[in-house]
Design a protein around this ligand. Structure first.
Ligand code: URA
Length: 200
């Protein structure tokens, strides 16, 4: 039998590597920020280890902090409905956040919390190698596409550094704002065509 000289990363390799990142996030002290001390559970992210799409939100809320899973509250239900509307399930994609521990009282993540936590996200993306990275809300957008305004660029694919990003309104914000909700629903429907255009 000839030796396997391929450099392809297998799904099993990706699962092992993702688990190692999740272990680092869950270790006592996490990334060293105070929110790693006040968390109930860290929320590394979950889903398909070899996904076409990764969704990135802001940070865990109360329900996520209790369960250790991303997007399991009202915003998560809305996200699951939007996924279903384009023929996808949560298990088809990978879902994670900019910060992996809950900011108390659902406040915005602070700049230093984002700075110390995002190396975990960078590692996850290097393992997952998705075709499309969907940025849910301004915190996710600011990290990858700084200087843009989500109200101006939502729904527009943005190629940068060999990756394709799609900024969308955050489901939690859109849930309670009728016009943003309509815009988010319409933007979401463009995802299959964007993906199809990215096939090699
Ligand atoms: N749940 C998450 O996991 N992330 C968000 O940004 C909002 C809700």
């Amino acid at each position: 039998m000839s030796p396997d000289t391929s450099n392809a990363i297998t799904v099993a390799d990706r699962m092992v590597a993702l688990q190692a990142v999740a272990d680092g996030i869950r270790q006592p002290g996490g990334c060293g920020n105070a929110i790693c001390q006040t968390r109930t559970q860290a929320v590394p992210g979950s889903g398909n280890p070899q996904p076409e799409i990764v969704f990135i939100g802001e940070g865990p809320g109360q329900k996520e902090d209790q369960t250790g899973e991303p997007f399991v509250g009202a915003a998560g239900t809305f996200l699951a409905e939007m996924l279903a509307s384009i023929g996808l399930e949560r298990s088809d994609v990978f879902i994670t956040n900019i910060v992996k521990c809950r900011p108390p009282d659902n406040r915005d993540p602070m700049p230093e919390e984002k700075t110390t936590c995002t190396p975990f996200l960078d590692e996850q993306l290097a393992i997952l190698e998705p075709r499309l990275i969907v940025l849910l809300g301004r915190h996710a957008m600011e990290y990858f596409l700084p200087g843009l305004k989500i109200s101006q660029v939502h729904g527009q694919p943005n190629k940068k550094g060999g990756r394709v990003y799609l900024p969308l309104y955050h489901p939690a914000a859109a849930l309670y704002n009728g016009s943003q909700r309509e815009v988010l629903l319409a933007d979401f429907q463009t995802i299959p065509a964007i993906l199809a255009a990215l096939q090699d």
